[in-house]
Ligand binder design. Sequence first.
Ligand code: G3I
Length: 327
Amino acid sequence: SLAGFPVGVAVNAGFENNSIINSGSSAQQQAVVFPNFNQMTAGNIMKMGYLHPQENTFTFDQADQFISFANANGIEVHGHTLIWHADYQVPSFMTNYSGDFAAMLKNHVQTIVGHFQGRVVSWDVVNEALADDGQATVDNILCSTLFSQRMGHDFIDQSFINARAIDPQVDLFYNDYNIEAGGQKTANLLALVDGMRSRSVPITGVGFQMHVTIDWPNITAIESSLKAIADRGLKVKISELDVSMKSAYTSFTPEAASRQQQRYHEIIAAYLRAVPPAQRAGITVWGVWDADSWINQPGSPDWPLLFDANFQAKPALQGFKDALVGN
Ligand code: G3I
């Protein structure tokens, strides 16, 4: 890699349309992914509902195939995600679980971490547990979910401890969105992390998803939020980067492309300023090409990624690469 740290991309695999492994667009995806990225994240197939659909059933086939494919092509894998409360990701057996909830969750975490030990470099242990600004909270900072209702902040502490007990090597991340904006949610992130560290919970780092727009958050807030985590000695990952344009553009004009190039450049440059080399867990873009982005919806088009609908490199890729080498 140009960078000296992982440069990653989220991809479809397994059951999904447009799998990078075996779909109509696989060859086109591979042609742009292999030369530009050295890490991949599964956009969906390593979420809890897919890996652990029933209490005593774990389904690892799709993820195993994905990791073998990645490793065979010299690409490492970041695991996403052990725990996420989103309705469509929580296995239904967990929702009304009547047994020992903490023991059940421990088995979930340890079975998955154990299965993938040595084949993923890092895990998002907990995804999106912090309350959004203005939302009701549990323990003052967490959003109210199945997991926080059952266990308070202990669901986070215990999941990191349980993951570390199984795998002494793998990097363990807390991952969230809008924590780069410098508002209440960033303050809550720091409170979460400081609390975990004061209780000796084994967190390696923080994943800043960074689903940003062309003009929000401002770059000063982004840089100081990244730096606040780096200053605590933790690793910093930009884990789901995309730059939405639709708040400002209804079509992807040359001017939009040029502004997006600058936006990618300023974000990567801010990361390099804020995070010392040994703490750089890398930068991952959330999707390969614009037509497949989660933000690009029928009736609400968007152009957030580095490659266009025809798999051609956009100016954004040049901005990304220039920043990596300090140009
Ligand atoms: O595969 C089914 C298909 O059979 C069905 O016909 C179709 C109908 O809706 O759904 C397909 O599954 C979809 C799945 O993506 C596979 O592509 C789900 O509905 C859809 O909800 C799911 O969306 C994903 C979303 O997370 C929810 O898990 C997005 O692709 C993925 O980009 C998005 O990623 C999240 C991160 O995990 C966490 N951070 C935010 C980020 C963006 O929302």
